[in-house]
Structures are given as structure tokens and as C-alpha cells.
Design a protein around this ligand. Sequence first.
Ligand code: PLP
Length: 439
Amino acid sequence: DHALNNADPEVHDIIRKEKERQFKSLELIASENFTSRAVMEAVGSCLTNKYSEGLPGKRYYGGNEHIDELETLCQERALAAFHLDGNKWGVNVQPLSGSPANFEVYTAILKPHDRIMGLDLPHGGHLSHGFMTPKRRVSGTSIYFESMPYRLDESTGLVDYDMLEKTAILFRPKLIIAGASAYPRDFDYPRMRKIADSVGAFLMMDMAHISGLVAASVVGDPFEYCDVVTTTTHKSLRGPRGGMIFFRKEPVLGVDLETAINNAVFPGLQGGPHNHTIGGLAVCLKHAQSPAFKSYQKQVIANCRALAQRLGELGYKLVSGGSDNHLVLVDVRPMGIDGARVEKILDLASITLNKNSVPGDKSALVPGGIRIGSPAMTTRGFKESEFVATAELIHEGVQIALEAKSLASGPKLQDFLKFVASPEFPLQDKLSDLRKRVE
Ligand code: PLP
């Protein structure tokens, strides 16, 4: 018997435990979702066995007639899902994930050490947009390119476009990157287009977090203004783990994006495409064109608003004051606590979210905020009232975290973690009670 439970009980058991964890907890990580059974079936299929370096009709391996059909279908569905005219836009569906997709774009249109500007990581940007510290170039993007991040206006929590414009005029970037991992608002694409044009830069949008919302047209459309749009496929889009790069077919700044990007993906940075992922992605992109998907995305936004409103009523400060999309960023510092302690206590209560830096933070390890997203629990069927209840459960967790902080032996995070983990932790009953109600 070759079934997993017989062939490898150890791995089978780990998967069983992880499945149980996923289904028992309140899954509020903004970048996660529950993909469909149909997508999982495609991902777990024989498509994983096949090598197919190259593009449909131009492969370096034989036996690809069905893979060609699959990848072409996936491309067509990708363009249709994002309402794109195939004469104006093309897509590469082979990127292995979001970070490789971004690096492939940089490799395609930049030379080593060309200048880029993306949103700073502590202000909500992604590592792959060029993060570096004063001491270290952290991401490959900042190692191979010169990065000058733009930031939020700390008083409003919104992107400081005036500062972006002033800095771009001095820094002369070749590429400006819109998009973020922890930004609750839409980007001002027309403004960014104007800034990019004024300095002769490409404009790219990394819509990883919001691609499901873009497909459903419930947030602004980056395709109207950008030259290149990248995305992951496993977040709000609800597909398998992967990436895509959309590009304009007309040359931009003298560059044939189609050729440059396709060559950067293969042979530039990747070998054989993950055909099982492309199969799962095609399934996801068919669903992304359905009325059900549009209703789902509308509910994602409505749920996030309900969550934001209830948190506001409970006295929480939200970065930017609210949300236009699927996530809220809560500054918990005014409550007398930090994101790391809140994340830990909520984790013990089966509420899964992540600590996140907020504008003005000093430490990345003990940041002042938490990020909460609505896509996953909306997939599980939550409506506004369940998200109101979720806000209240989070608030209970914060009260426990505050009490634990005041009782811990010292002021350090380590003291807190040790205290919480000790068998004599006096708030164990409160925590178990919260966990039971969550589960
Ligand atoms: N871009 C953005 C905006 C993201 O938030 C993320 C992941 O969180 C990525 C890219 C990277 O995607 P991956 O983790 O698939 O490399």
C-alpha cells in the first residue's frame, strides 16, 4: 500500500496535526488563505513529474503536448481574471513564488547596481523590494541593486508621496515599486505614475497581498498605470503557492518587456517550471472569474471593515485610521503592550496572527503592532458578526497579555516568554478558557 499513512506514518502524522491546527484556530495572518480542494488535487497530481523548460511550443524536453496546453490555458485565464487585453498585456506563470518573481523583473529591466525605490520594510514594504539596514544589505535586491526606500508619513500612516517625489528627483531611480505586505490602504497609482515618468523610471506594482481584490475589482486597478505587475498566487487570490509576472507588450523605455522578462525567468533564474503549481493556478484563475469569487472578495473587505470598526470602539489605534483592503495594522503601544507579547498570548489561545512593526517603532523583534487579515476566515464562512466577535476575542487576549506582562519577573521579552511557558503560569485557566471558546 503506497498511501502516505502506510508509506510514511511520520510525515502523515505531522500533516494531520497541521491540518488540525489550521482548522481549530482563528487564522488571521493577512498573507494566508485556504485554497480549494480542486486546487489541491491539481497540485498533488502527476503534473509534478514533468520537465518542461521553455515556454509553450518552445520546450527543451519532449512529451510536453499536454503541459503546453495547460500553461497556455493558465496564461489565458490569468489575463482574463485581471480583465486584460492579450494584445496589450502578456504574463509569465512560471515564477516559483513572489520573491523570485520580483527578482526576475529586476534582472530583466535593470543592470546590476541600478537604483530602485520601494516601500521601506518597517513601514509595510516587503523584503524583496530592497530592504537594508544601516549595517547590512539584507535582501538580494539590496545586495545587487542600490535601494533608497520611501516611507509613510508617520502622522497619517499613509505613503508620503511628496517625499517619494522629492527623493526620486534627487536619487533618479530606474524603478519605482508600489505594493506592500502590511499597508491597509490602496496605492495612489496615478501619482506614482507621474513621479516615475518625471524621472524616467519603470513603475512596477507588487500586488501579492491584494491580487484577489484586484481580480474582483474591489480595489484600484494597478494595470491602468503600471508597466509591470507581479503577484504571489496564494494570498487573497487563494491559489497554490506560486508567482506571476504581467508585462506590457509595447516596449517601455526602449525595453521589450516580454522578451526580457521571459528570459529572466528562464534561463535567467529558473529551470523547469513547477507544472503542478501551474495546474493549481489555472484552476484558481478559473474560479477567480466567477460571481462567487467576486462576492467572496466583497465579503473580505466588509469583514475587514467590521473588524476595524469594533477594534476602534474597543480603543485600539489603527495605522492610517482604518482599512481599504483585507488587513488592519493595529498599534498596540498605547495599550501598554507590544506586538510580540500579544502574538504569543494569542497563539496560545489558537488565534493566529503576526506581530508587525508600525511607524515610529524602535525594535523589529519587539515591534509595536499586530497585523490582522480577513481573507482566510472569510473563506471559512465568517461574516461581519463573526469578525466583530473576533475583535472581542483578540481584546480578551490583549488583557491577558497585559496582566502577564505586569506579573512577569522582569521587563524583557525573554522574562515574559519564560513566565508564560512555566507550569505555574497563574493565568493558565483564563487562557484555556479563551482557547476553548476560540476553538
Ligand atoms: N511581495 C509581497 C508584497 C509579499 O507580501 C510577499 C510575501 O509575503 C512576497 C512578495 C513574497 O512572496 P513569497 O513569500 O512567495 O516569496
